[in-house]
Design a protein around this ligand. Structure first.
Ligand SMILES: *Cc1c(COP(=O)(O)O)cnc(C)c1O
Length: 415
């Protein structure tokens, strides 16, 4: 075999985009209205209906607000929760940087929380221990360091689409007076209970429609909340802090040039070109989920008996955004990184989720972490590989991934 890897024949991720998405986008392109308008509004309403949102405007009904990314949505949800300098937000160490960076945007400090045992999700026990330390006037971390401040929010992440223990997290959050902003970027649609979805349990939930996520608009996100005042704040701040939305400004019967800037808002709205793609993707969501479930089942069945592998944590309601395998380093003659190179050499794309935030230079330097401060996150990272799992992959590609993994294992497992 030569030095150069062949082009990937099975990419790690591929969006599922059909004729319907193409036609919808063309329709909007030809309509003359490209920015936020009717399509975004319809997408919000259909999204709320999917999540069992009730009638818009009804008390306690779900408000859905389309934005240009989940990162923007998380920022807006924290801004509406009045997070600011002097405040602390609790974030899993094991997540993408979005979950933590939005805390820093607002001048608040992040406090990291380790994973639960045998899990990629935040540990409610570790969350509570951290809050107890803070309440006792101690610094947040056991080694006696970290920022001081008032704990104000917690951002659980439903890693890979497997729901967090929201009962435990909500109980702790209520006890300590924290806002709960669910990072549901991986979790559309993940079920917490038969009639309730991840992202609808906390004060707000934020979904991502980034290119690799379970449904996609290329870039995009949706904020979900129930509090009308919070929804109002987010709605205003996502579009320059202007007191009415631009769509109404141009198309209402009362249309006028007049508007008021009520605050220094952001430019976080979702354009109609993208929203219309999201509406089509939404109609596919259940079918795409069934496909991912079936592929995950196939992988689980194939890898269940492998001594060097640990299957993804089990649990119901998984949206299967990722298929996160763990390699048992004590049972392998090669490192995880070499394992990945061997898959790549066979034309198979794999990824790693996540490099924990406390080892990232920015957070490490800001807060003075050592790698062992979050040992479960570190251990998860060292063994994790995410296998390709995308609707439309087909039986042959799944079988090929399985065969390649098994061949590598046959050559390098320590029995
Ligand atoms: C993808 C991702 C985000 C950010 O989503 P964008 O829509 O790209 O901003 C946030 N949190 C997690 C856990 C993610 O994986």
């Amino acid at each position: 075999m030569g030095d150069e890897n062949p082009p990937l024949t099975i990419p790690f991720a591929l969006p599922f985009i059909g004729k319907e998405e193409e036609e919808a986008a063309l329709r909007v392109l030809r309509s003359g209205w490209l920015t936020t308008g009717k399509e975004a509004l319809a997408f919000e309403e259909e999204f709320a209906t999917f999540l069992g949102g009730g009638v818009t405007g009804e008390k306690n009904s779900l408000r859905c607000l389309a934005v240009n990314s989940a990162t923007s949505g998380l920022h807006l949800a924290l801004e509406a929760s009045e997070l600011g300098p002097g405040d602390l937000a609790l974030v899993p160490a094991y997540t993408f940087t979005s979950t933590a960076e939005v805390v820093r945007y607002l001048g608040a400090e992040t406090i990291f929380v380790d994973c639960a045992p045998g899990s990629f999700n935040m540990d409610p026990a570790a969350l509570e221990k951290t809050l107890q330390r803070l309440e006792a006037g101690l610094l947040p971390y056991p080694r006696g360091f970290g920022p001081r401040g008032r704990p104000k929010a917690v951002l659980p992440v439903h890693f890979g689409g497997l729901p967090c223990d929201m009962d435990a997290i909500m109980t702790i959050a209520r006890k300590y007076g924290l806002k709960v902003i669910e990072d549901a970027a991986h979790a559309f649609p993940s079920k917490i209970a038969p009639n309730s979805y991840a992202g609808t349990i906390g004060d707000a939930g934020v979904f991502s429609f980034y290119a690799t996520k379970t449904i996609t608009t290329g870039e995009g996100g949706m904020v979900v909340c129930r509090d009308p005042a919070m929804a109002e704040r987010i709605s205003r701040m996502r579009l320059h802090g202007i007191d009415r939305n631009v769509w109404n400004r141009y198309t209402d019967a009362k249309a006028s040039w007049y508007y008021e800037v009520q605050d220094a808002g952001y430019k976080y709205n979702m354009p109609d070109i993208l929203a219309t793609i999201g509406r089509v993707q939404l109609t596919r969501a259940v079918d795409l989920l069934r496909q991912r479930e079936e592929m995950a089942r196939r992988y689980n069945e194939a890898f269940g008996e492998e001594p060097a592998l640990i299957l993804p944590p089990s649990g119901s309601g998984n949206a299967w955004h990722l298929y996160p395998l763990s390699l048992r380093q004590d049972r392998l003659k090669i490192s995880r990184d070499v394992f990945i190179e061997k898959m790549k050499a066979e034309g198979i794309g794999v990824s790693v989720h996540f490099i924990p935030l406390h080892v990232m230079p920015y957070y490490k330097n800001r807060y003075g972490f050592i790698d062992d401060d979050f040992p479960r996150a570190l251990r998860n990272f060292k063994g994790e590989i995410s296998l390709p799992l995308w609707p439309g992959m087909g039986e042959d590609k799944i079988e090929r991934v399985i065969a390649v993994v098994k061949t590598i294992l046959r050559n390098y497992t320590i029995l």
